[in-house]
Design a protein around this ligand. Structure first.
Ligand code: PGA
Length: 247
């Protein structure tokens, strides 16, 4: 399994900046077994499709509506994303859950749709600070996994991103022990539920991953990728994270 370093640009950059980023990144990055990918807003999808086509760098939407087309004003089709060259789809990011009321049930529908449209889901899960304080972390993860992946068959790849909500965009990073505990728990779930596929299922850590902490975090148990927000917006800091993982 290749280690994945995925950037989540959130609602940042327009097509011109996206193209400039990719032009620079393609020049400075080194080809390696590391899987690099970017989650971009719908408006940057054509730029990602054009800039990254024929490269080993993957990309996908940060969100989509789980239908090919139709009367869904303001939404984005996974079919169109696939046609533009997307291979992945970010699903259930905590900002989607908390700001846009996405439930585990919606996550489940989207995971199935992504699989049907030929996109590999990266499914985000993670506890809030309050839930951690109350000792509910593993219960929350269990519920998000079992409901979000209910009756999901793995057709393409499927990956999980563990992102403690309290570590996202806060500069507060989970400790290696906290990350190891959560990732081992997620791996056990995958082993139990996807015995044939789990070897190809990466578990990414996300939450204030930076060039300075990525080497240490990559050594936490069952960490096989990163989902990087703020530090993915500049080609050099994203590259530093890739290099730290490559060792
Ligand atoms: P951050 O965001 O790296 O800025 O904390 C991570 C994420 O939201 O995926």
């Amino acid at each position: 399994m290749s280690f994945i370093v995925a950037g989540n640009w959130k609602m940042n950059k327009g097509p011109k900046e996206a193209r400039e980023f990719f032009d620079t990144f393609k020049k400075i990055e080194e080809h390696s077994s590391l899987r690099k990918l970017f989650f971009v807003s719908a408006v940057n999808a054509p730029a990602a499709g054009l800039s990254l086509s024929g490269t080993h760098i993957g990309w996908g939407p940060q969100n989509f509506y789980p239908e090919a087309n139709g009367a869904f004003t303001g939404e984005t089709s996974p079919q169109v994303m696939k046609d533009l060259g997307a291979e992945y789809a970010l699903i259930g990011h905590s900002e989607r859950r908390s700001l846009f009321m996405e439930t585990n049930e919606m996550v489940n529908t989207k995971v199935k749709a992504a699989q049907n449209f030929g996109l590999s889901p990266v499914v985000c899960i993670g506890e809030t600070f309050k839930e951690r304080k109350e000792g509910l972390t593993l219960d929350v993860l269990e519920k998000q996994l079992s409901e979000g992946l209910k009756d999901v068959e793995v057709k393409n790849q499927l990956h999980i991103a563990y992102e403690p909500v309290w570590a996202i965009g806060t500069g507060e990073v989970a400790s290696v022990n906290q990350v190891s505990e959560a990732h081992q728990f997620i791996r056990e779930f995958l082993v139990k539920n996807y015995p044939e596929h789990q070897k190809n299922m990466n578990i990414l850590y996300g939450g204030s991953v930076k060039p300075g902490n990525s080497a240490e975090l990559s050594l936490a148990k069952e960490v096989s990728g990163f989902l990087v927000g703020g530090a993915s917006l500049k080609p050099d800091s994203f590259l530093e994270i890739c290099k730290a993982v490559q060792g």
